[in-house]
Ligand binder design. Structure first.
Ligand SMILES: *Cc1c(COP(=O)(O)O)cnc(C)c1O
Length: 405
């Protein structure tokens, strides 16, 4: 398939280019000492990821530790209640630790081990990336420093406990607003000091090259499995696929399996309380081109051009930008990016729980809500939704804020 001079037959050979660009998006906008560290990771990745030992080790881990392949489930009762469109979900909620994040954390930690590093470093906001990375570090016997703002440490007590039980060192960041932004800065500073013995593990298809590419590649197992399983189940491809987009890792991996197919692809951003700046985190819909956190993409900016405050009911989606590949696929017109607000998300959360016995993460509920909307408008056909994670982590919040419906 060809679109605006981009040939999807050879897409993965050409994107990103050697400097980490997807068209004009991506790159590595970082100080020189960090550039050196990123180059080391890039070179190691290109060498190691093609080695048979690395590939077979990662395959074995995916099967024996993570519990892959995760299944696809047909949503029979929900589909029946909506009409003639058949809805399916790819069950990343059944991946070990309950979400897709472990797919790239295991890859990153395995890379660290092959590079002879002793430690992995990262920041975390809601704690999901911290828990996944702490899990990977425990598996490989690596040290793990997770930087986290004091405000988030208070808010996310269960995830802080998980990280500590898994043996990670949770480093409290107290300056400024003491949330994710300060934690990112502190983690980058620590990495600049410690890069000889450690690697920085980014939690999505974000940050400087090679992370948007590497995290996508580690997540592509979701798309590869999903395509094969769907064809085996139904004898054909889905008409449409849907995933939620925060930084964009679950979407990037899932979409990668279908880019060259006649399949409509939808990436769903959180509209939160509405389209006013500060009330949502829909960067691809309302943002403009700009550089932040080491890469060029589409971002939401405040009046000074800095990353704007964002909001979503799903803490995993409240990031003021999205990965550079998503900005590229948007401009090409290969993926359609749309939004779902908090209210429709919570409705979908309860609907999937009640009708199918699957409690989805609030992040994933955005994709479910859009799948339901497509089912009502398409009339016929099939929709495959990536269920990026399970909702156990959201129980307390849902009960407190919404009660039992
Ligand atoms: C972190 C998270 C997301 C958002 O991250 P992406 O990089 O956009 O995939 C989505 N769903 C779940 C369950 C998460 O934990």
């Amino acid at each position: 398939m060809k679109l605006n001079n981009v040939d999807f037959d050879t897409y993965f050979k050409n994107y990103p280019d050697e400097n980490g660009y997807f068209g004009k998006y991506g790159g590595a906008y970082i100080p020189d000492d960090l550039k050196k560290a990123m180059q080391e990771i890039t070179e190691a990745y290109f060498t190691i990821c093609k080695s048979r030992r690395f590939i077979s080790e990662l395959r074995r881990i995916r099967k024996e530790f993570q519990g892959r392949p995760t299944p696809i489930s047909y949503l029979e009762r929900l589909s029946g209640s909506l009409g003639n469109v058949q809805l399916y979900v790819k069950r990343e909620d059944l991946n070990h630790t309950g979400a897709h994040k472990l797919n790239h954390c295991m890859g990153e930690a395995l890379l660290a081990k092959y590079m002879g590093k002793k430690k992995v470093i990262a920041e975390t906001g809601a704690g999901q990336h911290g828990v996944a990375l702490a899990t990977a570090a425990a598996y490989f016997g690596l040290e793990c420093d997770i930087y986290m703002g004091s405000v988030d440490i208070k808010k996310q007590a269960p995830n802080v406990a998980r990280m500590k039980i898994l043996g990670a060192n949770v480093v409290e960041v107290t300056h400024g607003l003491a949330t994710l932004k300060e934690a990112v800065d502190a983690a980058f500073e620590a990495y600049a000091r410690e890069y000889k013995d450690s690697i920085y593990c980014i939690g999505s298809v974000l940050g400087p090259h090679p992370f948007p590419m590497m995290v996508r590649d580690f997540q592509s197992v979701v798309g590869i499995e999903a395509r094969e399983q769907f064809v085996e189940m139904t004898g054909e491809l889905p008409d449409a696929i849907v995933a939620c987009v925060g930084g964009g890792s679950n979407a990037a991996g899932f979409f990668s399996g279908f880019l060259n197919d006649p399949v409509d692809i939808y990436g769903i951003e959180p509209l939160g309380r509405g389209p006013k700046l500060g009330d949502h985190a829909a960067s691809l819909k309302y943002g403009t081109e700009g550089i932040m956190h080491g890469f060029n993409s589409i971002m939401l900016k405040d009046e000074n051009g800095d990353p704007a405050p964002v909001y979503s009911v799903a803490s995993g989606l409240d990031y003021p930008s999205s990965g550079p590949e998503h900005a590229f696929l948007r401009d090409l017109g290969r993926v359609k990016y749309d939004v779902v607000n908090d209210d429709d998300t919570i409705d979908a959360f309860f609907t999937l729980s009640r009708m199918e016995g699957i409690i989805p993460a609030i992040e994933s509920s955005h994709a479910v809500a859009y799948g339901i909307k497509l089912a009502k408008t398409m009339g016929k056909g099939s929709v495959l939704i990536n269920l990026s994670g399970r909702g156990d982590k959201d129980m307390d919040y849902i009960i407190e804020k919404y009660g039992i419906r």
